[in-house]
Design a protein around this ligand. Structure first.
Ligand code: PEP
Ligand code: MN
Length: 264
C-alpha cells in the first residue's frame, strides 16, 4: 500500500486542514519534551510566531537511562493540548505504549509519532493502523529502507494510510555528531513511496548549530518537511538541550528555508 507502484501521485496528508506532502513544506517545531505549563505556553507562542503550523513535544520520553526524566505523561498531554490550542497549532507527540493509545485519542493528539526505538514494535504499529490519525514513523536507528517501508506497511495494512516517514539519522561509526543524517534516503523514499517524507535534523546532528545546514540539505534533497526541536530557553531544557534551537534561530531557519522552497 505504501509503495509508489500502488499509487503514482504524491499523497498529501491532511492534518486539521494543513497539508503535509505535495507542493509545500511544513516545519513542525517545538521542544523535545513537555516540561511545564509556562514552558509550553511560551514554546507554542514562539512556534507560531516563527511561522510553523504544527507543534511537537514529547510527554512520554524514550530515555536511554531509566533514571533520566521520563516525561510528564498524561499531565504533559494536557499541558501541550492547552498551549497549542491557544495558538491554533495541531500537536505531534510520541506514543510509546499501546496501552496509552486510547488516552492519546481522548486528548485528540493530531499526529502520533512512532519513535526510532519503536519502528519495529509491530503490535504498536498494528494498533495505530486501526486509527485514522496521521502517524509520523521515524526510521529505526539501524533500519534499512526496506525494513522502514515494511514497518509503514504494518500501519497501512490496518487501514490507516495517513503515514509520514521521518528520517532522523542512523547509527554510524562517527562520534562527532549524534547520528548520521541519511540524505540519500530522501530521494530513495520519494521514489519508493507516494507518502510524505520529512527530516528531523535535531536528532541527527545533536547540536543546534548543525540544524540549519541539515535542514537546508533535507529540503534541497526533496523532503516534504522538517521536525525541529526548539526550546524557549535551550540551556534550561530538561532533555536534548544541546540540539534545541532558540526562538530566534527557529525564526531565522524559517526565513532561510523560504529561499529554497515554498514553506507554508
Ligand atoms: C524525539 O523526537 O523526541 C525522539 C525521541 O526522537 P527519536 O525517536 O528519533 O530518537
Ligand atoms: Mn529529543
Amino acid at each position: 500500500i505504501v509503495a509508489r507502484e500502488w499509487h503514482k501521485e504524491n499523497s498529501v496528508i491532511d492534518i486539521k486542514g494543513i497539508p503535509l506532502g505535495g507542493n509545500t513544506i511544513q516545519v513542525i517545531g517545538g521542544p523535545c519534551s513537555v516540561e511545564t505549563r509556562q514552558q509550553m505556553d511560551a514554546a507554542a507562542r514562539f512556534v507560531k510566531a516563527a511561522g510553523c503550523r504544527l507543534m511537537r513535544g514529547g510527554a512520554f520520553k524514550p530515555r536511554t537511562s531509566p533514571y533520566s526524566f521520563q516525561g510528564k505523561g498524561v499531565e504533559g498531554l494536557e499541558m501541550f493540548r492547552r498551549a497549542a490550542d491557544a495558538q491554533g497549532l495541531p500537536i505531534v507527540t510520541e506514543l510509546m505504549d499501546v496501552r496509552m493509545l486510547d488516552t492519546f485519542l481522548e486528548w485528540n493528539v493530531d499526529v502520533i509519532q512512532i519513535g526510532t526505538r519503536n519502528m519495529q514494535n509491530f503490535d504498536l504499529l498494528k494498533e495505530v493502523g486501526r486509527t485514522n490519525k496521521p502517524v509520523i514513523l521515524k526510521r529505526g536507528m539501524s533500519a534499512t529502507v526496506s525494513e522502514w517501508l515494511m514497518a509503514a506497511e504494518y500501519i497501512a495494512a490496518g487501514g490507516n494510510h495517513n503515514i509520514i516517514f521521518c528520517e532522523r539519522g542512523v547509527r554510524s561509526f562517527e562520534t562527532y555528531y549524534r547520528n548520521m543524517l541519511d540524505v540519500t534516503a530522501i530521494p530513495v523514499l520519494k521514489k519508493e513511496t507516494h507518502l510524505p517524507v520529512i527530516v528531523d535534523p535535531s536528532h541527527a546532528g545533536g547540536k543546534a548549530w548543525m540544524v540549519p545546514a541539515l535542514s537546508r540539505a533535507a529540503i534541497a534533497a526533496g523532503a516534504d518537511g522538517l521536525l525541529v526541536e526548539m526550546h524557549p530557553k535551550p540551556c534550561e531544557a530538561w532533555c536534548d538541550a544541546d540540539q534545541a534551537l532558540n526562538p530566534d534561530e527557529l525564526k531565522n531557519l524559517m526565513v532561510e528555508l523560504k529561499g529554497i522552497a515554498q514553506v507554508l
